[in-house]
Design a protein around this ligand. Sequence first.
Ligand code: GLU
Length: 419
Amino acid sequence: MATVEWRSPASEMAVKQFEAAAERLDLDKNVAARLKRPDRALIVSVPARMDDGSVHVFTGYRVQHNDVLGPFKGGIRYHPDVNLGEVSALAMWMTWKCSLAGLPLGGGKGGIACDPKKLSRRELQDMTRRYTAEILNFIGPDVDVPAPDMGTNEQVMAWIMDTYSQHRGFAVPGVVTGKPVAIGGTLGRREATGRGVVYTIVEAAKHLGLALEKSTAVVQGFGNVGLIAAQELARLGVKIAAVSDSSAALCRDNGLALDEVIAYKEKNGELEGFPNADKIAGQSLLELPCDILIPAANEMQITGENAGRTQCRIMAEGANGPTTPEADAILRQKEVFVIPDILANAGGVIVSYFEWVQDLQNFFWTEEDVNNKLRAILTRAFHEVLGLSRKEKVDMRMAALMLGISRVARAMLWRGLYA
Ligand code: GLU
């Protein structure tokens, strides 16, 4: 971001993308200056008692980028590398993502710098409840609605919902999304991001004339997004040639037995040690020949250094910000069809929106209804982006950013400046 507080590799990348799209849109200069920075950023100290009796003070964040279209919306990440700049970049991408999908929501993101794998269940719960107490006055169904992201899940959302509700004195399910169904979550939220990635791949394959049942896919990241995307692709007849998580990368020439891989991951918590596959180096996975590459792990995985060695036809970004602007230029030359993050992984926040609406109305939908509505929104967004990219002769990322940013800018200009 423009000021030093927010500066980090991820935020510089998000601002670079924004500036390129703002220039192409000939965006109002005053609006552009405002959108480059978050509305608000909160840093909190989160003391939590560890099992050995000591107190560890974690650092937590909640960044609210823009709420011109509706309440701030975005996940909470638990990862050792979480920092203010990263959370700010992720919050900015949420603004464009919600706008692109046509949701009445803004962009936010939060996180705690911690390694959730090293915390006991009790430590995780105490840390989550204290973090919630620290950000209590900044969140709420009308204000800012957190959700899961890397390292958090429906249990963490349940603790946040409970802590918030205890303070208010009554149950407030609409304060977070991605909750268990038993306490006001929606059917289909857990699968939504991975499913959405696949809906956009189906549209891309139709556009490119690619027969999915004869295609192969490589998936980086085997968490909630990568695992479900792989499973849904396999259901459509796509051969899953390789998958990875932070512990190992596995490949097999004639395709992995995905059900076995999933069962192993569920039992052991990681892919390391899975017997029926070849082990390869994590980074070389991205360079395997395949039709569909799905980066579904961290930011900045495909860079100016390795983009030239990728060998895919479609790249669908399950992760947020996996591709740097330098890599984008190379992928364009190679004519890789990139389905950008704010489109490919929007399924999660779209179904979060459905969950929030159901909570506010106390009226719940069937999973079929959720999936049909998700598919309709993503298919429409995909074709809007594709249409603009052809009309303006820009790549899919630029078209998606132009659509997302211009809707926010239009709303800002209508609302005017409060002085
Ligand atoms: N963390 C997810 C994302 O990056 C979901 C956010 C949400 O559901 O609010 O899109």
